[in-house]
Design a protein around this ligand. Sequence first.
Ligand SMILES: [Zn+2]
Ligand SMILES: [Zn+2]
Length: 143
Amino acid sequence: MSDKAQKPRAKPLRGGCMCGAVEYEAEDRFLYALNCHCSKCRRTTGSAFKPIAGLQVDDFSIIRGKDDLFVHGDPKGIHDLHCRTCGSLIYSWIAENGSVKIHIPMGTLMDAPSARPTIHIFVGSKAPWYDITDDLPQYQGFP
Ligand SMILES: [Zn+2]
Ligand SMILES: [Zn+2]
């Protein structure tokens, strides 16, 4: 036994779908968090915008209901994974330029993350019935 004890890691955050069939764990070390106002994000969530947290692939795992997911999009490129039963968007697989990131819609988190959205993107496609009332920087597309 070494007395150089490993620093205990914080417990991963838990999240999941509406019906409870699918659950995931995500390490609380997001690469970024932002609010996306693009029409796809608005429609897939039915909301004014989608708060997204970006993660390394290794920091995310499905702990229940892996077989209950269906894929929407390009299976080899960017795609979304939804619960087959309730339809909730669980995560997006963002494969581009030779690297992969995981995007989770922050509304699926059951535990509170330390990260908060820091910017608004695609405000050019923002819902006309929604006014952004915070002071976070706004971008027409990607920053
Ligand atoms: Zn579900
Ligand atoms: Zn979007």
